[in-house]
Design a protein. Structure first.
Length: 154
């Protein structure tokens, strides 16, 4: 069982790992992972703390030098498995990736929070057609995950 001290350590790891990175709006990327973690806590307060740790670390393997093995050493098997599930590998087809997410309600919940945050067009000062196209793709995937969670009473 992960406690608040471990959650604080995960937040610190995410902040350090994403230091210097910015999102499409030019804001610190670390704010994105914090918003995702908070959204997961809000959407389902009954989720275990491991879900919040995985939420704040959901992009570290894709976007930083951290590895699944390091996450496993620091935060345990359950968190590492969730982060691995949330990590899209290079050249992985989207259908395969989202199919994998739909095998785990916690991973699906985290990804939905990630998509919702990425779809917040208010963060972009002047959205481009490419931004709106991305929004449309994310919206379809968000609906797919929502349907999976609804059908499984999550």
């Amino acid at each position: 069982m992960i406690n608040e001290e471990t959650l604080a350590r995960a937040v610190a790891v995410a902040m350090t790992a994403h230091q210097g990175q910015t999102d499409k709006a030019g804001q610190p990327y670390a704010l994105h992972v914090m918003r995702v973690m908070l959204a997961v806590a809000e959407v389902n307060p009954a989720l275990p703390t491991e879900a919040l740790v995985a939420a704040v670390l959901h992009d570290v393997v894709e976007d930083t030098e951290l590895t699944i093995e390091q996450i496993e050493q620091e935060f345990g098997d359950e968190v590492a498995a969730l982060v691995a599930m949330l990590t899209k590998t290079p050249h992985e087809p989207n259908d395969l990736y989202y199919g994998r997410l739909k095998t785990n309600p916690i991973a699906a919940t985290i990804k939905m929070a990630d998509l919702k945050d990425n779809m917040n067009m208010k963060r972009l000062p002047d959205p481009t057609p490419k931004d709106w196209e991305r929004y449309g793709r994310y919206w379809i995937r968000e609906q797919e995950l929502a349907e999976y969670l609804f059908q499984n009473n999550v």
